[in-house]
Write a protein that binds this ligand. Sequence first.
Ligand code: ATP
Ligand code: MG
Length: 289
Amino acid sequence: MIAPIVQMSNIGSQLTEALAGLDRTEELMNMTAEEDDVQRKIEIDKIEGDITFRDVSFHYEEGKEVLHNINFEAPSGSVTALVGSSGSGKSTIAGLAATFLNPSSGIVTIDNQDLSQVKLNCYRQHLGVVLQDEFLFEGTIRENILFPRPNATEEELQHAVKSAYVNEFTDRFDDGLETLIGERGVKLSGGQRQRLAIARAILANPKIIILDEATSNLDTESEGLIQKSLSELTKNRTTLVIAHRLSTIKRADQILVIESGRIVERGTHDELIDKQGRYYDLYTYQAKI
Ligand SMILES: Nc1ncnc2c1ncn2[C@@H]1O[C@H](COP(=O)(O)OP(=O)(O)OP(=O)(O)O)[C@@H](O)[C@H]1O
Ligand SMILES: [Mg+2]
């Protein structure tokens, strides 16, 4: 008698879990697909990657504007660094450029076309987004890198692996790229994870890169390798980077200093240092620590 009774009590909890899963699935199924958006009609065959913000304002909640009249141009192939204190609006600007958000007023353009009218798949196949804590899944390192382009050739994969200095650590593993990562495999360090994420983005080969640079403290060796892989990643691509590293910021073609949803200063590192304003304060503070 005992065994079937225990089994029956288990059914109850299984059923509750299954119903919760069903709820969540239903919620997802009922969401309208983004591409259904009737507004988006423009198709672009070949993207150059010129991005401009013209008088862009944005609010998440009615009446609470977080970006006010943002104007800037990110020409094809250039690196634009966004710096500023927490909550100033950097991720919101990145989200607008990535079409995750749409301006409340003003327009964002790609190659002089209104981004809010461009078909999402047209744009996003040219867009690479590397986030602070990039998503890695259980599986081999090879599978993780191939994720955006499963059909890439071995040559392309090797190029990405070398450009991002992933082989620097995989060569030391017995199984190389076949090494399992995640719960059941090896744990990667912060710097190794970042290089893997960069390799993934290099393999995807997008025209536009939106990068939320990780803040984790790295030893100087990892730091150097990441710098090198980042310069490989940003080469010939329009890059918008939320920059935390001074070395990244120094290399940028233009720096936008954001404060309370406004661009308060702009220029190159040298220009802004000469100006002795907000950026100068930020920079000298970082240099001290
Ligand atoms: N989903 C959201 N809903 C409502 N308000 C939000 C949302 N996301 C951000 N905000 C608000 O918008 C403002 C700008 O946020 P944003 O994330 O762009 O800042 P940030 O510069 O990226 O900050 P950090 O350096 O901490 O990442 C903040 O005041 C924040 O509270
Ligand atoms: Mg942010």
